[in-house]
Design a protein around this ligand. Structure first.
Ligand SMILES: Cc1ncc(COP(=O)(O)O)c(C=O)c1O
Length: 385
């Protein structure tokens, strides 16, 4: 079936050939659990996990590969940090741009009386002011969390300024890099975050079922694991490991997907990957300029010319977002996302909480033809303006 996939913010597709090959090879020729045996195949699996961990750690500027735990998704990484870090009586800060994977765990902790929560506002373009975060910090604030770039509007947040505020005030900072890792340069030590949560399956071009959590050295001692169990380390005592990454990696790992993630990071950091990512930005700019010119269409997010990641959220007068995405798919084979994009607070803030928004998100393997077809289809739906 021919299709034009423009939902790369959900998960990137297609993946580089090297990713498919790495997953397939790991399944067929190694096929065993990592860190579970002294025989050669298990050691090979362990080596692949080690290599991928090293690649991701270097990519984000972590001091040591041991600061990085593999998770099953960005959601899994976020929950691990949020539930692991917050204790009864703590105060946490999130923002209206945040994804449900941040908001829901925090609201659960608030609603069960464990923490208090402040949700900081943003402007119409989805930008949060670092000063508003500073103003929200209380004596008992234990965690500040923000989405690096909005998955709805594409707005990029001032994370270095927020990191500096958190450092000065002695508050842990959790960065949700779901939409940025692989796309924007990220150095965890420059940003000064204590945690970075990211998927492996979006901007790193790894398979679904992958994610990572970076934990700054010294913070792991304050972290309570979310999951307990076997980690493969040969210990006679029964307690959960207390050091990274084993303390957060109980259970057999998704080795084939981690092998694929390693290939994805290799792609992302290669010259070819860098060109492809730049290409995605150029295509998104082309789509943005085309869609913005169509009468009856409203584009949301950063002002023209302001920096954004390659996502474009729009509405067509007279249609709700699900109808737009449905017609784009059924009549034009253009696959986009509709609705609230797991960010209900942001939709309430910008007044799109009834009809939602349709979102185009461009990836490294889209073509000029894909974008032209999508823009033409939107024009036709909007009435040929
Ligand atoms: C900003 C943001 N945070 C978190 C997530 C959750 O990521 P995952 O699908 O890997 O759980 C997403 C997914 O779209 C996202 O856009």
């Amino acid at each position: 079936m021919s299709r034009i996939y423009l939902d790369n913010a959900a998960t990137s597709w297609p993946k580089p050939e090297s990713v498919y090959r790495a997953v397939d090879q790991m399944q067929r020729t190694v096929g065993v659990a990592a860190s579970r045996g002294g025989y050669s195949s298990s050691m090979q699996a362990t080596q692949v996990v080690r290599q991928t961990r090293q690649r991701v750690a270097e990519f984000i500027g972590a001091k040591s590969a041991a600061d990085l735990a593999f998770t099953s998704s960005c959601t899994d990484a976020l929950s691990t940090a949020i539930f692991g870090m917050l204790n009864p009586g703590d105060h946490a800060i999130a923002t209206v741009v945040d994804h449900n994977s941040v908001i829901r765990p925090l609201m659960h902790l608030r609603d069960t009386g464990v923490i208090t929560l402040t949700v900081v506002d943003c402007n119409e373009q989805g930008l949060v002011a670092a000063k508003d975060i500073a103003d929200a910090i209380l004596d008992n604030t234990a965690l500040v969390t923000i989405t690096h770039a909005s998955n709805v509007l594409g707005t990029i947040q001032p994370v270095e300024a927020i990191g500096e505020i958190c450092r000065t005030r002695g508050v842990a900072f959790l960065l949700d890099a779901a939409q940025t890792l692989g796309h924007l340069p990220i150095d965890v030590r420059q940003i000064g975050c204590q945690f970075l949560a990211a998927p492996g399956h979006k901007g790193l071009y790894g398979p679904l079922g992958t994610g990572v959590l970076y934990v700054c050295p010294g913070v792991a001692e304050r972290l309570q694991p979310l999951r307990f169990g076997g980690s493969g380390s040969e210990r006679i005592d029964q307690g959960q490991p207390t050091t990274m990454p084993a303390m957060l990696e109980s259970g057999s790992q998704n080795v084939p997907a981690i092998a694929g993630l390693g290939a994805g990071v290799e792609f992302t950091t290669s010259r070819q990957g860098a060109d492809a990512i730049r290409h995605a930005d150029e295509l998104a700019a082309k789509a943005l300029s085309g869609i913005s010119r169509i009468g009856g269409v409203r584009v949301y997010g950063p002002a023209p010319g302001d920096q954004r990641i390659p996502v474009i959220a729009f509405s067509i007068k007279g249609y709700d977002s699900a109808t737009v995405a449905g017609i784009l798919d059924s009549s034009f084979q253009v696959q986009t996302r509709s609705g609230f994009h797991c960010a209900p607070l942001l939709h309430q803030r910008i007044g799109t909480d009834v009809d939602g928004l349709t979102r185009i998100s461009v990836g490294a393997f889209n073509t000029v033809g894909d974008v032209t077809t999508a823009v033409d289809a939107i024009r036709e739906m909007a009435g040929g303006y």
